[in-house]
Design a protein around this ligand. Structure first.
Ligand code: DSN
Length: 436
């Protein structure tokens, strides 16, 4: 059967091969994970849990889900695992549903400091509307301001404190979060979606000794399929022996119907691959590459939030050039063959839609097998595009729309950007998507 969809998939695959991907929350999964995603596991309904399903015919699915749970229990050293949440946001919602009542206070890192929407971003998110959100921020060095976390916790007595980020380049101090959570008797939930691969690869301290519940997506540094895992620690279960069954019930019937069994199988495979010694090499290479990239960018005069990185990502701060430059630079980079995402910076002078930063990370390029030489080249291309693209946004809604329309039209045929693109493609094509 011919269908334009297959042509579009081929185009997308070619884009991935030809270009350099720096979105720190993306990754390429292994061929083995890919193999199970297109199987008949997708056909089956399996509401419930292994041994307790609402549908017949789940004998094999039970074994697959149990293996996924068992492997993750072993990998993280935790007694409880749920792999059914369809992705990170529903997983966080399920955790909140399990631990909180409407109106309870939730504390999380503010979006502009690198926090995630589902950790209580006010007004526009489920967690921020149903719960009482309190958001903490960063100190003058762009690190989590633990004095403020403590002050806010003592004042607002949160039911849940989130230690988790989506655009934060530094190590998370779970022990410090624990001290504060204990002072106010709050649940401590870690969202390690971005750094799971670094945690299991030994490049970031584990949240397991300090947190009650841990959530992670499975498709970022973990290199699995799209999905999520929810873990409960010994500590969490000691606090509430019913914690596991509360999380199970929050997922189904609370929020979801049937699990995506092909993804569950992919999570089981990714967990096995993360136990192999080569995964440690991958995690180290991600961090090493980020170090090279950060240093080269800063040597090129590019400002990074917090002046560096300790993990897989960094946030470029364009405010020294002009505020709200993130949209233009991200677009110009895409034309030049490098895709990243615009991002807010701390004390953002623009807005989340027209922010002043760019978030870049090394998980994708490291999975392809790129190393220090390529990081230097990529960083120099980013610096060149930045200097070429210093065109501030005008004020006014209509003026901005018109400016960006012209900006894009011009960028699409900008020879400077297109020449860089040719060099990028030549380099990128030398690397597979997933280097075994
Ligand atoms: N969208 C993910 C990220 O890019 O970090 C988080 O949900």
């Amino acid at each position: 059967m011919s269908d334009v969809i297959f042509d579009l998939v081929a185009q997308e695959e070619q884009r991935l091969i030809d270009l350099v991907g720096l979105i720190p929350s993306e990754n390429h999964f292994s061929p083995e994970v890919g193999k199970v995603l297109g199987t008949s596991l997708s056909s089956k309904y399996s509401e419930g849990y292994p041994g307790r399903r609402y549908y017949e015919g789940n004998q094999v699915i039970d074994q697959i889900e149990t293996l996924a749970q068992d492997r993750l229990k072993e990998l993280f050293g935790v007694p409880y695992v749920n792999v059914q949440a369809h992705s990170g946001s529903p997983a966080n919602t399920a955790i909140q549903f399990a631990l909180m009542e409407p109106g309870d206070t939730i504390m999380g890192l503010a979006l502009s400091g690198g926090g995630h929407l589902t950790h209580g971003h006010p007004k526009v998110t489920f967690s921020g509307r149903v719960m009482n959100p309190v958001q903490y921020g960063l100190d003058a060095n762009a690190r989590i301001d633990f004095d403020q976390v403590r002050e806010l916790a003592l004042e607002h007595k949160p039911k849940v404190i989130y230690a988790g980020t989506t655009a934060y380049p530094f190590v998370l101090d779970f022990a410090k979060f624990r001290e504060i959570a204990d002072e106010v008797d709050a649940w401590l939930v870690a969202d390690i979606s971005h750094i799971t691969g670094l945690v299991v690869g030994g490049q970031h301290p584990s949240p397991v000794p300090h947190c009650d519940v841990i959530m992670s997506t499975t498709h970022k540094t973990f290199r699995g399929p799209r999905g999520a895992m929810i873990l409960a620690t010994e500590r969490g279960l000691a606090r509430d022996p019913k914690l596991g069954s509360k999380i199970n019930t929050a997922i189904i019937p609370g929020l979801q119907g049937g699990p995506h069994n092909a993804s569950v199988a992919g999570i089981a495979i990714a967990a096995k691959q993360a136990m192999e010694p080569s995964f440690k090499d991958y995690a180290k290479a991600v961090v090493d590459n980020a170090q090279v990239m950060a240093k080269t960018l800063m040597d090129e005069g590019i400002k990074l939030v917090g002046d560096g990185t300790e993990n897989h990502l960094m946030v470029v701060d364009y405010t020294p050039y002009s505020p709200s430059l993130g949209t233009q630079i991200a677009y110009a980079l895409d034309v030049a063959g490098i895709y990243a995402n615009r991002n807010t910076v701390p004390d953002e002078p623009g807005s989340p839609f027209y922010p002043s930063g760019l978030r870049i990370g090394t998980p994708l390029v490291t999975t392809r097998g790129m190393g220090a030489d390529e990081m230097v080249k990529i960083s120099k291309w980013i610096a060149a595009v930045t200097k070429h693209t210093n065109q501030p946004l005008p004020d006014g809604k209509k003026e901005r729309r018109d400016f960006l329309k012209d900006f894009r039209t011009n960028a699409d045929k900008d020879e400077f950007l297109l020449n860089i693109r040719a060099e990028v493609v030549e380099m990128a094509r030398q690397f597979p998507l997933f280097k075994a």
